[in-house]
Each structure stands twice: as structure tokens, then as C-alpha cells.
Design a protein around this ligand. Structure first.
Ligand SMILES: Nc1ncnc2c1ncn2[C@@H]1O[C@H](COP(=O)(O)OP(=O)(O)O)[C@@H](O)[C@H]1O
Ligand SMILES: [Mg+2]
Length: 362
């Protein structure tokens, strides 16, 4: 018998506390090097080790792959989220930069934790200095917030009022577009940036149960909403206009596929069927092993900041004694709601600039 000698590369493993580990693979020009490139190796390892591949680093002579085996260990509490002027920490070490990954899409069945995650996002958005509007078509968890100091007059429920407030948000974006255009013309010598450079604030529209809302619209209204949403997701990033939309399932008739592609921050909560997962994470559905992360906890799921790969996620814990009204009212001491601009004034401005926009009769 001829003995064959197989030489395997030296691989090192580093434990990263209780939540995960890193694997270091040599990049020493040997024949294995090619196989150690990103997804080719991280995917099988991820399946084998029952852990999420969350990142890679190039170090001299090595490539390291980071894995999370216990995402629950990275869960934050509502009060522990670190927030800056355009970033929100949503899990330990996982930061959502809403200028880098604009437009948020959150999906999940009833009871999966969408509205509770929106509480965390609202907390983050308000503290980041954004102007925030909220729509709660089902008039449940978020509707009381319109009487709090941080969101006063900025929360709507009921079909017509929501249509009107979303339309106003859109018109404000068109107005911002004109203002921004003028600012650029006045500063031709400067290099391009975004809205923030000129001291303008980010503006968010947080929309819970978007699917339920759209299904209650007439055909022409729903067409108009899709058109408006398409423009916001396309133009909003540079102007500082963003949406965070939650719904059960992002089907093509609730959210047009062109605007769906523009959502770069995606969270699917709870157990999802593969049809739902392929709408949320089309590039990952065959590669990532979507697992049930908990049987008794709520607010778990998968998250992707596209084009990055989907990874397991636990939304910040909302404490048992959390009273939304009290919390957001107190938040308003430091972050008071910005008064709502009357629709008439916005339209007057747009008319003075001969601005083009989708016309709806409100
Ligand atoms: N992040 C969380 N922290 C604590 N409890 C949560 C969290 N997410 C969900 N829950 C629990 O699950 C229930 C359902 O969550 P909810 O956000 O209302 O689901 P959805 O809006 O998707 O229907 C909540 O009432 C709460 O008890
Ligand atoms: Mg809900």
C-alpha cells in the first residue's frame, strides 16, 4: 500500500468571550489560499459550526473570519444603545448608520416584535437628532405617542390622516430638494456632501403595518403611494429623508420591487417562510442557514445591511415596566418635537419655485 501524505494548513482559533470566535487562516501563498476567500470558506464553516459569519479581516499573512455562536450574548437593553448623530447601535457592536444604509424594512408575523423594535428605533432616531413622523394604521402601540413631548402632533392613525401626513413628508422632501439645489448653487466652490453639511436635519417617517395600510387604499391612492415611496427611497439619502417601514410580508403588491431594492437596512423578525426570506434577503436565502433563534424570547430574527450578508439579530430588550407614553414624553425634555409645517406653506413654496411633484388632492 502506498501511503499518501497530506499536508494541511495550520489554522488557529481564538475565542471571543461567550458570544463567538475567530478563525485565522494562513495566506502564505500555499495551495489552500485560494479556497480561503470570503464566502467560499465562511459559508461551509458557518453551517458546520452552527454560527454566523459576521466579518473578515486581512492581517499580514492571515485572513481571519469572525463568527457569532451566541447572538443573544450581544443583545442590548433599550437604555444601553449608543447613539450618535447618524448612527444607532442596535446590538453590541452592530451599528446602523442610516446615511450609509438608508431606508429600513422590517418584516415579521404578528407578535414577532416589529412594533417593539420600532420603539428602539424611535428612541435611537430621536436621540440622533432626527425629526420623526410616525404612522400607526392599526392604532395600537405607537398611536399614543403623538401626545408625548418628543413626538407631539407627529403621530397619525386612521387612513386619511396617514395619507395626508405621508404626503406632507414627501412634499417636504421635494422642498428640501429645492433648498438643497439652491445651497449647492450658492456654494459652487465646495465639494459635494449631503444635507448634513448645510446644517439640515435628517427626517424620518416610521410606518408600522404598512401592508395593512396599503390594502385599505383605493387603486389610484395606492399607485400614488408607490410612486411617492419610490421617489423617497431614490432621492432621500442625499436630502436626509428616510423611511422605516414595518409590515408582515413585503410582497410586490404592498411594496413595489423597484423601491424594495432601495431598502438597505433589513430586519426579518421571528420564524419566516422561505418565500418571505427570499423577499428580504434574496442573495442569502440559499447560503445562510436561517435558524429559529429562540422559542420563548421575542424580538429575534435576521438582519442585513446590504450588500452585506444576513446575520442573526436580537432587537434591544424593552423592559417589562416600559411605559411608552412616559418614556417618549420624558425624552422630549431633551429632544422636543419639531412643530409640523403646514401643508399650505409647503405647497406655496413649491409653487414659487415651479417645483414638480406628484399631485394628490389633500
Ligand atoms: N424587543 C423586545 N423586548 C421585550 N419584549 C418584546 C420585544 N419584542 C417583542 N416583545 C414581546 O412580544 C410581544 C409582541 O411584540 P410586538 O412588537 O407587538 O409584535 P408585532 O408588532 O410584530 O406584532 C410584545 O408585546 C412583547 O411582550
Ligand atoms: Mg405591531
Amino acid at each position: 500500500m502506498v501511503k499518501q501524505k497530506i499536508k494541511l494548513p495550520k489554522v488557529s482559533l481564538k475565542n471571543n468571550g461567550k458570544v463567538g470566535f475567530s478563525i485565522y487562516l494562513p495566506m502564505d501563498g500555499q495551495k489552500y489560499q485560494d479556497r480561503f476567500r470570503d464566502r467560499r470558506i465562511s459559508q461551509p464553516l458557518s453551517a458546520m459550526l452552527f454560527a454566523d459569519a459576521v466579518g473578515t479581516n486581512d492581517i499580514f499573512g492571515f485572513k481571519s473570519f469572525d463568527f457569532i455562536s451566541n447572538p443573544l450574548g450581544l443583545r442590548l437593553g433599550l437604555a444601553d444603545m449608543t447613539i450618535t448623530d447618524h448612527t444607532i447601535e442596535i446590538m453590541k457592536g452592530v451599528v446602523w448608520d442610516y446615511e450609509k444604509y438608508p431606508q429600513a424594512l422590517i418584516s415579521g408575523d404578528t407578535g414577532s416584535g416589529k412594533s417593539f423594535f420600532l420603539f428602539s428605533l424611535l428612541n435611537g432616531l430621536i436621540k440622533s437628532g432626527a425629526v420623526v413622523d410616525v404612522a400607526d394604521p392599526k392604532e395600537t402601540d405607537l398611536s399614543v405617542l403623538g401626545k408625548t413631548a418628543s413626538l407631539k402632533y407627529r403621530v397619525t392613525y386612521g387612513r386619511d390622516r396617514i395619507l395626508k401626513s405621508f404626503y406632507r413628508f414627501y412634499l417636504e422632501m421635494i422642498k428640501r430638494g429645492r433648498e438643497y439645489h439652491d445651497l449647492l448653487n450658492d456654494n459652487l466652490e465646495e465639494n459635494v456632501g449631503n444635507y448634513r453639511k448645510y446644517g439640515l436635519k435628517p427626517h424620518f417617517f416610521v410606518f408600522d403595518e404598512f401592508g395593512a395600510f396599503v390594502s385599505g387604499l383605493k387603486y389610484n391612492e395606492s399607485e400614488a403611494i408607490q410612486q411617492i415611496l419610490g421617489q423617497i427611497t431614490m432621492l432621500g439619502r442625499q436630502l436626509g429623508y428616510f423611511v422605516a417601514i414595518a409590515m408582515q410580508k413585503p410582497t410586490a403588491d404592498t411594496i413595489g420591487s423597484a423601491s424594495r431594492d432601495q431598502f438597505q437596512f433589513r430586519v426579518a423578525l421571528g420564524k419566516m417562510k422561505s418565500s418571505g426570506l427570499s423577499m428580504m434577503f434574496p442573495d442569502d436565502v440559499d447560503e445562510v442557514q436561517f435558524k429559529e433563534l429562540s422559542k420563548n424570547l421575542k424580538g429575534w430574527g435576521y438582519l442585513a445591511m446590504t450588500p452585506g450578508q444576513a446575520r442573526s439579530f436580537f432587537a434591544p430588550v424593552i423592559p417589562k415596566d416600559f411605559v411608552p407614553f412616559k418614556y417618549f414624553d420624558e425624552l422630549g425634555e431633551q429632544y422636543p418635537a419639531v412643530p409640523v409645517e403646514p401643508m399650505g406653506e409647503i405647497k406655496e413654496f413649491l409653487a414659487s419655485k415651479s417645483a414638480k411633484y406628484v399631485e394628490l388632492n389633500f
